[in-house]
Design a protein around this ligand. Structure first.
Ligand code: PMP
Length: 394
């Protein structure tokens, strides 16, 4: 399928200009249909049952999980279905046996979901170093490299910033981690939907992502593990090989991390979402978003009283652009964009409050983010409306 042909699958785009895909993407009709089909035609629990519906549901659920694992380049590793990125990161934080004096390295670019779990470990005597970017949000890879010492147990970094759109050199970071014996967690919430991601090739140990940001249903996500070496957060139904009154043996693969009934319809929907993304092709998606992003940055940066945050960062970026309008609170800008032009953007601190403080933007920013269904005309409408706004304030 050509990328220009996909819009008909997203009815919301008929009436609204949706530029908030970094928070949650829209979902196309085939994904919704796959979930409805499960609910109406073969709904049953998955696992060990033998009746015909459970056999179909189990087969479709496992196929979907395999499709997601392969989509993130995770063959050879283990993929557990989670509710979202936050849960996936939490499973790593809870699943490693921490000892006093262990060291975790992370950055100030992180979403709260990849910062708070590590800060909480300080209560257990874990040392947490938060590497800071410069005043414009640029992270010097040398600073990160210097922080990763031989006694570092885990490095947890984002692949792409949900505020600045910048992409971190995770492959190089993985090299440093492996030289120094540290494990690497990559928060891929913003990269898996937008870039071709190869978990095994990147050299990370854990890759965490959200299904709802990549055309899939809410309540779905994934934790990919190079080795299934984490203690599961929950144990119970579905997660065991065998159990007696005295103990249990956990299942060897992904099941050990999926205690209880998983989001069956959700996972099947997510499986359909990755098939949809494959039909368009991640390279085509990348190309489309690069073009829109350049137009967005150029258009906004040319306006008086509008500042694009972190626009001059070199290297790769995703279609996420943060900006401020002089004299207006970001929430006010977002509200006017909605009322005046049905342009939906996000505003505030984007769950990155420490980064916002560091950038001197305690009120946060306005953030526009693109995806496969975004058009040039929509970007131009955003720019024209912001221009009008900024003239009114000046
Ligand atoms: N990390 C990043 C970089 C994100 O952008 C987000 C979502 N905004 C998250 C983590 C958390 O994702 P979720 O809410 O799906 O758990």
């Amino acid at each position: 399928m050509k990328i220009e042909e996909c819009r008909a699958d997203f009815p919301i785009t008929r009436d609204l200009i949706y530029l908030d895909s970094a928070a949650t993407s829209l979902t196309p009709k085939p994904v919704v249909q796959a979930m409805v089909e499960y609910d109406l035609r073969y709904r049953a629990n998955v696992g060990r049952g033998v009746h015909r519906l459970t056999a179909v549901a189990t087969h479709r659920y496992r196929d979907a999980r395999d499709a997601v694992r392969s989509f993130v380049g995770g063959e050879g590793g283990t993929l557990a279905v989670t509710r979202n990125t936050t849960e996936a990161i939490g499973m790593v934080a809870a699943g490693l046996a921490w000892q006093k004096g262990d060291r975790v390295v992370t950055t100030l670019l992180e979403h709260h979901s990849n910062l708070l779990p590590w800060l909480r470990l300080r209560e257990q005597g874990v040392e947490v170093e938060v590497v800071r970017p410069d005043a414009d949000g640029r992270l010097d890879p040398a600073d990160l490299e210097a922080a990763i010492r031989d006694d570092t147990r885990l490095v947890a970094v984002t692949h792409a910033s949900n505020v600045l759109g910048t992409v971190l050199p995770v492959r190089e970071i993985a090299g440093t981690c492996h030289d120094r014996g540290a494990r690497l967690l990559v928060d891929a919430a913003q990269s898996v939907p937008h870039l071709p991601v190869d978990a095994a090739g990147l050299g990370c140990d854990y890759l965490c992502f959200s299904g709802h940001k990549m055309l899939g249903p809410t309540g779905t996500g994934g934790l990919w593990m190079r080795e299934p070496d984490l203690e599961p957060l929950f144990v119970g139904g579905g997660s065991i090989e065998s159990a007696t009154a005295d103990g249990y043996t956990l299942a060897p693969g992904e099941e050990r991390y999926e205690a209880g009934t998983p989001p069956i319809a959700g996972a099947i929907g997510l499986g359909r979402a990755v098939a949809y993304l494959r039909e368009i092709g991640m390279d085509a998606i990348r190309h489309h978003e690069k073009r829109l992003c350049a137009r967005l940055i150029d258009g906004l940066a040319a306006l008086d009283g509008v500042a694009v945050v972190g626009a001059d960062a070199e290297g790769e970026r995703i279609g996420v652009v943060s900006f401020t309008v002089e004299g207006m609170h970001p929430h006010e800008v977002a509200q006017v964009l909605d009322e005046a032009a049905a342009v939906l953007v996000r505003s505030g601190h984007h769950c990155c409050q420490p980064l916002m403080e560091h950038l001197g933007l305690p009120d946060g920013t306005v953030r526009a983010s693109t995806y496969i269904y975004t058009t040039t005309e929509e970007i131009d409408m955003l720019i024209a409306t912001v221009e009008e706004l900024s003239r009114r304030v000046a």
